[in-house]
Write a protein that binds this ligand. Structure first.
Ligand code: UN1
Length: 481
């Protein structure tokens, strides 16, 4: 199958080098060949987004209509799109199907947001005047998105960008171009005017570089690693480009005495292993605050129950990692932990099945005995690796949770409301979940503090803030003097 990975001003193209997409579950299988774009394509895409500026003055009803139609098309095509997502990213079909439906719901939410009241009526600046604020588009927006949620994250960036009147140049991860093409097609088939959404699959730093700081781009929204995010931020310093970064995490689940240990273990393991651990909101550390008898065994038992296998196999609970490089990185990270004195407490499953040989599979690993103050405890390993720590007091548990530069999404498990309230006050994170390992929805801001996020948060009301700018209007009567 050959697909064109460049969509500019309403036309499909692709003049850059063809890239082979291989199945992460069996790297011998070439899933598709994608014609990628060049830095020139990206420049042309920016020009197309600038030329389509009349999008800014379309009615919000019309913009909401395109978003709703694209959402409907995603729902209609969900089965095929999810299967293609699995074939390039590796997650399970259940996860991929859920992602496509959530992406549709995200577009529907932002379609509604386009029609909401935006602005305020202020006290008149002079007697008899009408003083209001309203929100106007910022201008062409660059979207740079990662492989791990190849449809959902783009949907929650492109959705509000378009809803609020901005045109878009989108550079998806070159690991997941098929999903990017499918989302672009849904917008195209919904009748979106040419140039409003432009998409260029391109690999390498040069490609992203031609987008970052490109004149004409007024805002850039990025999800990916903290290193890449900070580089983008530095490159945009001093420019008239707003920036929204959603980066890494090293999230903790703190478990207090009195919980239902089996239930909590199941919830934590889900938080750690969903998406094969390739989620910035994934649980990476468990901090056991107190005795919590049996929690370690329950976590190990639960991780052992997760069946690892190809994402298309309905028996798999967890698919492979996205690429050979991702697998190497995770295994190297695990080795570093062991080198620093950690013990792997899960059973060795690396040669569990023949299929594993050809795919980028990593067995879930739980490690313990790592010094919580070791620098390694603060690092993000982007895979199915969970570290266990013990804390004698509640304050010590919070201190350990906070001992990373990240501040994304922590979880607290306790039957005591006091623990929950103290956690909310003490944890340095944009999101705190009590008695759940996570939770993300289009109407709820997705907030990262510290090295996890920068700029107005994504989703919810805060999305409006990023994708629009405030304008004050003072209206005086004709006889104002
Ligand atoms: C979700 O967990 O449902 O990688 C989405 C992440 C985010 C997206 C989370 N960028 O965790």
């Amino acid at each position: 199958m050959e697909r064109r990975g460049v969509f500019i001003a309403g036309d499909w193209a692709g003049s850059g080098p063809p890239v082979e997409i291989r199945d992460p579950a069996d790297a011998r299988v070439v899933v598709a060949t994608v014609m990628t774009g060049s830095p020139d394509d990206l420049r042309n895409a920016v020009a197309a987004a600038q030329a389509a500026v009349s999008w800014q003055v379309t009615s919000p009803q019309e913009r909401a209509g395109y978003l709703s139609t694209a959402a409907r098309l995603l729902r209609e095509r969900a089965e095929r799109i999810a299967a293609e997502l699995v074939s390039e990213e590796g997650k399970t079909l259940r996860e991929a199907g859920g992602e496509v439906i959530r992406s549709a719901a995200t577009l529907e939410y932002h379609a509604g947001q386009a029609l909401r009241a935006q602005g305020e009526v202020l006290a008149p600046i002079r007697p008899g005047a009408l003083t209001v604020t309203r929100r106007r588009p910022v201008g062409p927006v660059a979207v740079i998105s990662p492989f791990n949620f190849p449809m959902l994250v783009p949907a929650w960036k492109i959705g509000p960008a378009l809803a609020h009147g901005n045109t878009v140049v989108w550079k998806p991860s070159s690991l997941t171009p098929l999903t990017a093409i499918n989302l672009t097609e849904a917008f195209h088939d919904a009748g979106l005017p040419p140039g409003v959404l432009n998409m260029v699959v391109a690999s390498g730093k040069a490609a992203a570089g031609s987008l970052i700081g490109a004149p004409g781009i007024k805002a850039l929204t990025f999800t990916g690693s903290t290193t890449a995010g900070r580089t983008i931020q530095a490159r945009l310093g001093g420019l008239d480009t707003r920036v929204q970064l959603e980066m890494g995490g090293n999230n903790a689940a703190i478990v207090f005495d009195g919980v239902d240990v089996a239930q909590v273990a199941a919830e934590i393991i889900k938080g750690a292993l969903a998406g094969s651990g390739q989620r910035c909101t994934g649980i990476r550390r468990v901090i056991i605050a107190g005795r919590v008898a049996g929690i370690e065994d329950a976590l190990v038992a639960e991780a052992g129950r997760w069946r690892v296998g190809p994402g298309m196999d309905p028996n798999s609970d967890m698919g492979p990692l996205v690429s050979a490089a991702a697998r190497r990185d995770v295994l190297a990270g695990l080795e570093r932990l062991v080198g620093a004195g950690a013990t792997i407490v899960t059973a060795d499953r690396t040669v569990e099945d023949e299929v594993w040989e050809h795919g980028h599979f990593v067995a879930p690993a739980i490690v313990s005995n790592l010094d919580p103050d070791d620098d390694l405890a603060c690092e993000e390993i982007f895979g199915p690796v969970l570290s266990l720590y013990r804390a004698d007091t509640r304050d010590e548990a919070f201190r350990l949770a906070n001992a990373t530069p990240f501040g994304l999404s922590h979880a607290v498990f306790s039957p005591e409301i006091d623990d929950a309230l103290a956690a909310a006050d003490s944890l340095e994170a944009g999101m705190v979940h009590v008695n759940a390992s996570g939770g993300v929805a289009p109407h709820v801001p997705f907030v990262g503090w510290g090295d996890s996020g920068f700029g107005p948060a994504e989703q919810g009301e805060t999305a409006v803030e990023f994708f629009t700018r405030t304008q004050v209007i003072n209206v005086h009567g004709a006889r104002f003097v």
